[in-house]
Ligand binder design. Structure first.
Ligand code: URA
Length: 339
């Protein structure tokens, strides 16, 4: 496998050093590059869960059908924001800040009603929850934010400090779905703010994406004007499970309508699922990440790429190269075209 300059830059941004001397040289030494990586304090529970999942399907993860980086869209190929059709930009900077004004977000997608998967799942637990799911499916961005903040649909509301709605741009081409808030996320009200979040931000930078959309905080935010550079980051659960334990199926079922509605409103061109709970939630499969990665799945017609959770990558550094392959596949899948 050979790496071109752009691929090398992406790997470097993710903290993977490639020792191949020139683009033409095929040899890549990833494991050796990991040795100098500083230790990080990852979410142990997530790491262990991800490791279990990875062990469940050893060797199944290195797919070669789609060469990593094949068809990568050069960053410069993206259409300038000014040339794009569609509504003006809207930002959901933090879960604790005000939601975008209704005029600034996209027109809500028509409600799908109680026939949705989320509604069916909820209804299997309690018919009243089917009605709740159908209601959530009608909410615009602001009311959805409020509904999450006020949610008491499961026991997690008792132990949470605050809900973690999501962060990023309300009209993003990319949507990333993680697992659940950890301690720091619970305190700060924003997803992926711990060590795993720092790695996620590196991965985003490697793709030219920014979670700080249109906030005027610096050069990185300049990327936010272009939908192709925007990302919205959400979790499967909006509340922290106590002691970072695994999400319970019932908690996931009751939280699912929120994520489903977020996807409907953001209308991403690509969803990146990180870790097995995000996969279970949206793809309805218990298959291991190693078995699912390397190909394009679909959620409500939207292309979905599966990859490892950043917390898992922090403890399994050689797997970063696989994650990078997944990012390349995601980049190739989302393509260079504007909305
Ligand atoms: N892990 C996740 O999956 N989500 C977060 O928000 C933080 C850690």
């Amino acid at each position: 496998m050979s790496w071109n300059d752009r691929q090398r830059r992406m790997l470097a941004a993710m903290g993977v050093r490639v020792f191949a001397p020139a683009p033409a040289a095929p040899a890549v030494t990833v494991a050796a590059a990991q040795a100098g990586e500083p230790a990080v304090n990852a979410d142990t529970a997530v790491v262990e869960r991800a490791a279990e999942a990875a062990v469940a399907a050893p060797g199944a993860s290195m797919r070669t059908a789609t060469p990593p980086g094949a068809g990568l869209a050069p960053a410069t190929a993206a259409t300038p924001a000014a040339a794009r059709p569609g509504p003006p930009a809207a930002t959901v900077a933090r879960a604790t800040t005000a939601a975008p004004t209704p005029a600034a977000v996209r027109a809500p997608v028509p409600a799908r009603g109680a026939t949705s998967v989320a509604a069916a799942l909820a209804g299997a637990i309690d018919p009243a929850l089917a009605e709740r799911a159908a209601h959530i499916a009608t909410l615009a961005w602001g009311p959805l934010h409020e509904a999450v903040a006020a949610c008491t649909a499961c026991g997690l509301c008792e132990s949470r400090k605050q809900t973690v709605f999501g962060v990023g741009h309300a009209q993003a081409d990319w949507m990333i779905v993680g697992e659940a808030p950890g301690e720091q996320e619970d305190q700060q009200g924003e997803p992926f703010v711990g060590a795993a979040g720092q790695l996620l931000d590196q991965m985003l930078r490697a793709l030219g994406l920014s979670r700080r959309a249109a906030s005027g905080e610096g050069a990185e935010d300049d990327l936010a004007g272009d939908p192709a550079r925007r990302v919205f980051i959400a979790n499967t659960l909006k509340c922290r499970p106590p002691r970072n334990r695994n999400p319970e199926p019932e908690e996931m079922a009751r939280c699912e309508p929120f994520l489903k509605r977020q996807v409907e409103l953001v209308k991403p061109r690509l969803i990146l699922l990180m870790g097995r709970f995000a996969v279970t939630q949206l793809l309805k499969t218990d298959d291991a990440i190693g078995k699912l990665r390397g190909r394009v799945h679909r959620y409500e017609g939207i292309p979905v790429i599966v990859t490892y959770h950043p917390a898992y990558l922090l403890r399994n550094l050689p797997e970063k190269a696989k994650a990078w392959e997944d990012l390349c596949l995601a980049r190739a899948t989302v393509g260079p075209d504007a909305r």
